[in-house]
Design a protein around this ligand. Structure first.
Ligand SMILES: *Cc1c(COP(=O)(O)O)cnc(C)c1O
Length: 414
């Protein structure tokens, strides 16, 4: 069971709202720090374990700095994300550049920063060489495809995904890169998203460690690190269970000992690019009920919309909702909770059991700390909200202001 309890009382929240009108996202600093520490502690056994926080999940330098202080690096996939990492004080190999369909200027910037460059395709070797030159350290993203030998049946269908190199390309790519002068090599994959079963990640590790052994046997190249990407899920629904990181860690260690240590390839560094599991549960979208309407169904309309949180609209994703001050009321009513877009998918919840809702109630939408604000857009002329940071002493810092109409017009030429 995942407890869905906001980290503030209604009274505290009303005081915050006096200073910062709804809607806004608010992130719980202490919980994010504790969570990052927990992940790093779980993998304390792994040589030089590194978590590169996926910047796309929560692209705010305050969050990146907090995570950097806890020992995390940054996983970037665009020029602005690289600059965000740089401006947050994250440098060199604390940045991994995991991109795809990459423009030349992004490779140039990544090389300039000394970031670990993770190539998504064999053709990117020549593209990188021509535009930025061959770095000393290079990583390749593996796509296991239809999962024959060395794969398994449970990691989804990577052959439908646009990412990474095939097995044969991968072996060729390491050889080509070595011939071009690269001296250090990493291996990356990411084959799943928002997965709550730790065994998926253990199976992926088995596959990756086998591949490290194969690369050593066939090419005499010793891979320096394996990066498992992101994809660890979070319990969006109260009845779901968070991934047991200690179980996951034990499974990975067992595989590491059996495949890496036994083949004389220890130490092999391990890395992840988690986004969602780091910040997701510790962000909340706070909104006020503007309207109620009763037609064929009962609707509650908020002052937030899909511009603030896309996941329910585009994936039908569940986000838990707390009506502040009514936590103990019976869930006696069924509502669709909507935003104001002229787009019928603009709903935070469909057929949700809630306490009786009144105009002016404050709703807290849970688990918006990752892929929440970040996915926002300006459709229908809607403006993106502020982002707030709730600190350990209970104070609140605005870490991004809300967009204004001037921002909306800033790019228009007329
Ligand atoms: C999106 C992404 C991540 C982060 O995924 P989460 O689901 O947030 O953990 C990490 N690496 C790559 C390459 C990604 O595309």
């Amino acid at each position: 069971m995942a407890e869905k309890k906001p980290p503030f009382s209604k009274e505290q929240l009303m005081r915050i709202i006096e200073q910062h009108p709804t809607p806004f996202h608010i992130y719980h600093e202490e919980a994010i720090r504790a969570n990052a520490r927990k992940l790093l502690a779980a993998f304390g056994w792994a040589p030089a374990f590194k978590e590169y926080f996926a910047v796309k999940a929560t692209p705010n330098p305050h969050i990146l700095k907090i995570l950097h202080e806890e020992g995390c690096g940054a996983d970037c996939s665009s020029l602005p994300e690289l600059i965000l990492a740089e401006k947050s004080g994250i440098r060199g190999e604390d940045i991994i550049f995991t991109s795809n369909d990459t423009p030349a200027n992004e490779f140039i910037k990544a090389k300039e920063l000394g970031a670990v460059i993770n190539l998504d395709d064999i053709s990117h070797i020549d593209f990188l060489e021509k535009n930025a030159g061959i770095p000393e350290l290079i990583c390749f993203r593996y796509n296991p495809g239809p999962l024959r030998e060395g794969g398994n049946a449970i990691i989804g269908s990577p052959e439908e995904s646009k990412y990474g190199l095939t097995r044969k390309q991968l072996l060729d790519a390491y050889r080509i890169m070595r011939d071009k002068g690269a001296q250090r090599f990493g291996l990356h994959t990411m084959v799943i998203s928002n997965e709550l079963d730790p065994n998926y990640f253990i199976e992926t590790a088995n596959m990756m460690f086998d591949l490290v052994v194969e690369i050593f046997r066939t090419l005499k190249i010793r891979v320096e690190f394996v990066n498992f990407g992101g994809g660890i899920g979070i319990p969006y629904r109260p009845e779901q269970q968070a991934v047991d990181l200690d179980y996951l860690s034990r499974g990975l260690k067992e595989s590491y000992d059996r495949k890496i240590v036994a083949n004389g390839l220890h130490p092999l560094k391990l890395a992840m690019e988690s986004g969602r599991m780091i910040t997701g549960p510790y962000g909340y979208l706070v909104a006020t009920v503007l309207h109620k309407k009763e037609i064929y169904k009962n609707y509650v309309g908020l002052d937030a919309c899909m511009a603030n949180l896309m996941r329910p609209g585009i994936y039908g994703a569940y986000h838990h909702i707390t009506v502040m001050g009514k936590e103990d009321w019976p869930l006696g009513y069924i509502y669709d909770v909507t935003g104001s877009l002229c787009e019928n998918n603009d709903k935070f919840a469909v057929n949700r059991k809630l306490p009786m809702v009144e105009i002016g109630d404050v709703m807290v939408i849970h688990d918006t700390g990752a892929h929440g604000y970040a996915m926002g857009f300006n459709y229908n002329g809607k403006l993106r909200s502020a982002e707030l940071l709730l600190k350990a002493d209970g104070s609140v810092e605005m870490i991004r202001r809300a967009e204004t109409i001037e921002d909306y017009f800033a790019t228009l030429n007329f």
